[in-house]
Write a protein that binds this ligand. Structure first.
Ligand code: SF4
Length: 330
């Protein structure tokens, strides 16, 4: 039921209009999020996961544009609204957290002033009420002595504390959905765990749905309820995180599982699967993964595998299109 979902993305496609023509970068991406759910969107660099996140926040940079599909927020289709209505609605109901907190913070404004500005843009609160809410938000995200830190500038905080402030800004308007793009990648491992645990708690306590964009399966394992694996602009597998981690169906997901970076043993890159991700505009015919796939058969170089429902999720691979689900070759 659409109305029960915080976010429902259907067949989202993103293209870049270049002098040489239109280049598809994200193709027919579909997923849903329930309230309070954390969905990890994972894949190697160039898979299209950040573009998908940016399209949801309304930060797709030209010449990129949404070329097809629908985005429904709490049952309301938002992608067809006029641009100004989209901008207002996204600012209030979809929060954003990026890798570098400094991109979201104004170095010349105190953190308190930034919070009050954001709160009053989206909520009908008086200045004193907004100030009180800002203080509550700072406390909620774990800033000790909120009254004392309220008047300080971003440079007076550590990287982890700045990211906490960005999270406070993201939840200031009580959004339905937060898109968090590599929110812990720039942080120390110990701080990373604290920020992930904070996000998990916010999703649970506020019912906020979180789309967590990351290249790091360790991060997914830490807080996601479900995971969507992207390859060459498409989602190739979706499922509950425990099932995908322990019994990946798609050969690409299985390859990613060869090494899961953990918070204690961090890897900065995904494990090496032979070959590299093709660039948009250079996707192979058929299954885009076939040149790298240890299980590829003749059909894989000819036909794009269609998404098939599989238990609680979806998988797009010819190994499963005959109706029998068999594990990918090791
Ligand atoms: Fe491998 Fe073929 Fe499945 Fe693609 S469709 S992942 S090439 S087996």
């Amino acid at each position: 039921m659409t109305a029960a979902l915080a976010l429902d993305v259907r067949d989202l496609s993103i293209v870049f209009d270049t002098r040489r023509g239109s280049m598809t970068a994200v193709q027919e991406v579909s997923f849903t999020l329930a309230r309070g759910e954390v969905l990890g969107l994972v894949g190697e660099s160039g898979a299209g996961k950040s573009l998908t996140g940016n399209a949801l926040i309304g930060l797709l940079q030209a010449p990129g544009r949404i070329a097809g599909g629908e985005v429904h927020l709490d049952g309301q289709r938002i992608d067809a609204l006029p641009p100004e209505a989209q901008r207002r609605l996204r600012g209030k109901r979809i929060g954003a957290i990026f890798q570098d907190p400094l991109t979201s913070l104004d170095p010349l404004m105190t953190v308190g002033a930034q919070l009050v500005e954001t709160i009053r843009t989206h909520l009908p609160l008086s200045a004193p009420a907004a100030r009180a809410r800002a203080m509550d938000l700072l406390a909620e995200v774990g800033i000790a002595d909120p009254a004392g830190r309220y008047g300080q500038y971003p440079h007076q905080f550590s990287g982890g504390m700045r990211q906490r402030i960005v999270i406070a800004l993201a939840i200031a308007a009580e959004p339905d959905v937060i898109v968090a793009d590599e929110p812990t990648t720039a942080l120390d491992v110990s701080v990373q765990a604290q920020i992930l645990s904070l996000l998990r708690r916010l999703a649970r306590d506020h019912g906020t749905a979180i789309v967590l964009v990351t290249h790091d399966m360790g991060v997914i394992a830490e807080i996601a309820d479900r995971v969507a694996v992207m390859y060459a602009g498409r989602i190739v597998e979706i499922g509950p995180v425990t099932e995908v981690l322990h019994a990946a169906r798609h050969p690409y997901t299985a390859g990613l599982m060869g090494l899961i970076p953990s918070l204690s043993r961090r890897a900065d890159r995904l494990p090496q699967i032979a070959g590299s991700m093709p660039r948009p505009g250079q996707w192979p015919v058929g299954c885009s993964f076939h040149p790298r796939c240890p299980s590829a058969g003749p059909r894989c170089a000819a036909d794009v595998p269609r998404p098939l429902s599989a238990d609680d999720g979806m998988v797009a691979c010819h190994l499963f299109s005959g109706g029998t689900l068999s594990p990918p070759a090791p």
